[in-house]
Ligand binder design. Structure first.
Ligand code: PMP
Length: 427
């Protein structure tokens, strides 16, 4: 057996083997999955904009007007009219002075954390120590990888625990610092205590980066995100958002001051050394942003759907209290059991992907439900019943899941960093 086969066998034996399922047609609220029609309950196309007619037309028009690709890095020949337009629109939307596009949310986190975590180390003659990065233990894999790539000293604080964060800040008071957090946590659907984090950052004189991948377009006034909901617009050093989730396209951005944009343009390696976003993706995101601003009621519909789904799932006996957004985890615990529940649900016409380690901590495998504004109440009611039945058929009693906090890995922060971030998240 080759080392590749051995590794794959190992993944199969531990219930962690993954395969890509095939979806025919666009990412609507209903899709054909491996030939079977299903309700899609695990896509981040939260507002249904990926297949919105205006967004598709904008992409098609941009391909005809500006071509299929950007040709080079933004710094070489890749910055085009459409890139600048979207950056201006995103800065206005997020209430910041400026914004800068990245190839994806993953690349944005790598680039921004890399630039800020190496700031003093790379400044000639500064002589100061590099910043410590304070990172929530359930932050997305791209944040963890950003810390690793920057070779940053990282303090991993317990999930959303501002006391622990404050303790860490006190321990490192002689060092510059950077607090990094998801706003809406991608696998748990809860929200970071942003007001307290911003207050701590100000008190300790450290910078803040907030990843609004699942907040942008989904949460807060007009879908402006959890930062806007907390009244912190313009107060976070860098707000990262993706264009590939609620905005239905592909790519990402960092919303920030003009000086920060300048710094990122000069030092964020994932921006400097990677081809600019293709014009059709940029134009699609711009059109999606326009549709969102014309129809902010889509955001209300999304959150109302999430509320309704939580009620329906609670009626089936599921524990859903941890989520307050469009992401609802049904924590099963065991990886193989979570797969079984997911398979049973697919057979009954509901696609809710099982999420297993290393995307989530060991013992907290789950079905991660992602609601869409375009789901109907009838669809959700039926899906909750299907999920309840699928759980029982697979041998899992709804509500018997392990609370995420109880199963969170303990130990030295560096060990926890490794446990939480071995691989990219699936969402
Ligand atoms: N941050 C978070 C919190 C995410 O959930 C994701 C996507 N899974 C990313 C960043 C990466 O974004 P993208 O898919 O645009 O690379």
């Amino acid at each position: 057996m080759s080392d590749i086969e051995a590794r794959l066998e190992d993944l199969r034996e531990t219930g962690l083997y993954r395969r890509m399922r095939h979806v025919s047609g666009p990412q609507g609220s209903r899709v054909v999955l491996d030939g079977r029609p299903v309700l899609l309950l695990c896509s981040n196309n939260y507002l249904g904009l990926a297949d919105h007619p205006r967004v598709r037309e904008a992409a098609a028009d941009a391909a005809m007007r500006w071509g299929a690709g950007a040709g080079a890095s933004r710094l070489v020949s890749g910055t085009m009219t459409v890139h600048r337009r979207l950056e201006e629109a995103l800065a206005a939307f997020k209430g910041t002075e400026s914004s800068v596009l990245f190839g994806s949310g993953y690349l944005a986190n790598l680039g921004v954390i890399g630039a800020l975590a190496r700031l003093s180390a790379d400044t000639a003659g500064s002589g100061g120590p590099p910043p410590v990065v304070f990172s929530d233990e359930l932050n997305h894999a791209s944040i963890i990888d950003g810390c690793r790539l920057a070779r940053a000293e990282t303090f991993v604080y317990d999930h959303c625990d501002v006391e622990h964060l404050a303790w860490g800040l006190r321990q490192h008071r002689d060092r510059p610092g950077l607090i990094v957090t998801d706003s809406v946590f991608s696998m748990d659907g809860d929200i970071a205590p942003l007001a307290e984090i911003a207050e701590l950052a100000q008190r300790h004189g450290v910078r803040t980066v907030v990843d609004e991948a699942h907040g942008t377009g989904c949460f807060g006034p007009g879908g402006r995100g959890a930062v806007a909901e907390a009244g912190l617009e313009g107060e976070i050093d860098v707000v990262i958002g993706t264009l590939g989730k609620a905005l239905g396209a592909y790519g990402a951005f960092a919303a920030c001051s003009a000086a920060m944009r300048d710094l990122l343009t000069n030092t964020a390696r994932s921006l400097i050394f990677s081809t600019a976003l293709p014009p059709p993706a940029v134009a699609a995101a711009l059109a999606a942003l326009e549709v969102l601003q014309e129809h902010p009621e889509m955001v209300d519909r999304l959150q109302a759907n999430a509320d309704a789904m939580r009620d329906e799932l609670a009626r089936e006996g599921f524990e859903v209290a941890g989520s307050s957004t469009q992401i609802i985890p049904l924590v099963v615990g065991d990886a193989e059991l979570a797969m079984k529940v997911s398979e049973q649900a697919i057979e009954a016409g509901v696609f809710a992907q099982a999420i297993r380690p290393p995307t989530v901590p060991a013992g907290t495998s789950r079905l991660r439900l992602a609601l869409m504004a375009t789901h109907t109440r009838e669809e959700l009611r039926a899906a909750a019943r299907t999920l309840g039945r699928a759980a029982l058929q697979a041998g899992f009693r709804p509500g018997a899941g392990v609370p995420v906090a109880a199963a969170a890995p303990a130990g030295h922060p560096d060990e926890r960093l490794a446990v939480a971030g071995e691989d990219a998240a699936a969402a």
